[in-house]
Design a protein around this ligand. Structure first.
Ligand code: PLP
Length: 437
């Protein structure tokens, strides 16, 4: 997407963008030239001094806002002690304390154990290896529209956009995909999508191409993220749990984006009361420090010393940031996300009544998307309009990012003050109006 800013001075930013293009991999997908200088809470400033409201949280990462003082203090305190000692070969308290806290919060009723990584994709890799190791089975079932990351194992599960896979085959063998039930664009018109999706797995896939006794794990996002913030029907995840129990398959939840309070609960799966065997988290866990984790039932996390590890995974500074993040989330940020999310959805739904270009508003907590369409009669996706809105919003001082082919996601920090949320929504509405042909 090319972009010419129209309203504010971006000269320093554009100079950086030029240097970036000369020096940095062209594989990234920036929509507009936001070059960050600093951030506080839900506000950020670029190198030209322009202020923006951040409805992206650095892609659902800075859940406690930019540079929350408690998180920054925890990072400084730990940095004063030591930066690294590799938890793979040594011990240190922040990693152990964080594992205890995560095990306590885990959405499983029995005992659990934690494996630390640096990123979401690495957490998925670890979950795949663990699932194969524990079950002795080889296959995986994932979903169309899923995004689980870009390393080879994770990419083999990812089926979000063809560009993410094109040119990279062969991928990890043994991965099959099923259809994720999308209530707004129901792939089975006339049928209830949750039941249809489950039937497709059990009555088609398991009977033809994917023998269930060979499936190590079903890996699924409780709310599909990059795929378009698709909230499945209520029967879907409970149905997957039932299938997993019936066929001895592990249920792996990818809560990399939906976890850490984003949906108003610690884990999105708590909205449906289901328990995974393995859950993967990253993004919001350490408010912006690189950290990921796999939490598994203790019985499942049974691999021996030497079987899996990562030098930087569970870095002490990142763990300290995560401990401070957990204090904040448990201290009320989850609740704030639930309340602000209701306000956000209500305002977007009111806009839907005025603007036929918003076909659907969906989400939970502060994981919300607006589906941008040509009109509400056909609900034809309008990616070009979505892109124009994003660019216009940037000009007006609001950072937005897309998801799916044509959606805009609203993922501000969980503690965004109501006044900033409303200011941002006003800017969104203005940007929408100015972008309509
Ligand atoms: N899983 C989900 C649901 C994600 O949204 C992402 C990233 O967007 C990943 C995994 C990969 O995480 P990372 O980019 O940290 O590797």
């Amino acid at each position: 997407m090319t972009h010419t800013p129209t309203f504010r001075d971006h000269s320093k930013s554009l100079a950086f963008v030029h240097r970036d293009s000369e020096n940095i991999s062209p594989s990234y997908t920036r929509s507009y030239p936001f070059v960050m200088a600093r951030g506080r809470g839900s506000e950020v400033w670029d190198v030209d001094g322009n202020r923006y409201i951040d409805f992206t949280s650095g892609i659902a990462v800075t859940n406690t806002g930019h540079c929350h003082p408690a998180v920054v203090q925890a990072i400084k305190d730990q940095a004063d002690q030591f930066l690294h000692m590799s938890g793979t070969d040594f011990y240190y308290p922040p990693q152990i304390e964080l594992a205890e806290r995560l095990n306590h919060l885990a959405p499983m009723s029995g005992p659990t154990k934690v494996f630390f990584t640096n990123s979401g994709a690495e957490a998925i890799e670890a979950a795949m290896k663990l699932a194969r190791f524990y079950s002795g089975r080889t296959r995986f079932l994932a979903f169309y529209g899923a995004f689980h990351g870009r390393t080879y194992g994770a990419l083999s599960l990812t089926a979000s956009k063809a560009i993410q896979r094109r040119g990279f085959a062969p991928l990890v063998p043994g991965v099959s995909h099923a259809v994720y039930p999308n209530p707004f664009r129901n792939p089975w018109p006339g049928s209830e999508p949750g039941k249809a999706a489950l039937d497709y797995i059990e009555k088609q896939l398991f009977k033809t191409a994917v023998p269930p006794e060979e499936v190590a794990a079903i890996i699924v996002e409780p709310i599909q993220g990059e795929g378009g913030y698709i909230v499945p029907p209520d029967n879907f995840l409970t149905g997957l749990r039932r299938l997993c129990d019936q066929y001895g398959i592990l249920l792996v939840l990818d809560e990399v984006q939906s976890g850490m309070g984003r949906t108003g609960k610690f884990f999105a799966c708590e909205h449906w009361g289901i328990e995974p065997d393995i859950v993967c988290i990253a993004k919001g866990i350490a408010s912006g420090m690189p950290l990921g984790a796999v939490i598994a039932r203790s019985e499942v996390m049974s691999w021996p010393p030497g079987s899996h590890a990562s030098t930087f995974g569970g870095n002490p500074v990142a763990c300290a940031a995560a401990l401070a993040t957990l204090d904040l989330l448990e201290g009320g940020f989850n609740q704030m996300a639930a309340e602000s999310g209701e306000h956000l959805m209500a305002r977007l739904r009111r806009m839907m009544e005025t603007y036929p270009q918003i076909g659907d508003v969906r989400g939970k907590g502060l994981m919300v998307a607006a589906d941008i369409v040509t009109d509400q009669e056909t609900n034809e996706p309008d990616p070009a309009l979505r892109n124009r809105i994003e660019e216009k919003a940037f000009d007006h001082g609001l950072l937005l990012i897309g998801c799916g082919a044509n959606c805009i996601r609203f993922v501000p920090p969980l503690n965004i003050p109501r006044s900033l949320l409303d200011e941002g929504l006003d800017l969104f509405e203005r940007s929408l109006v100015e972008s309509i042909d």
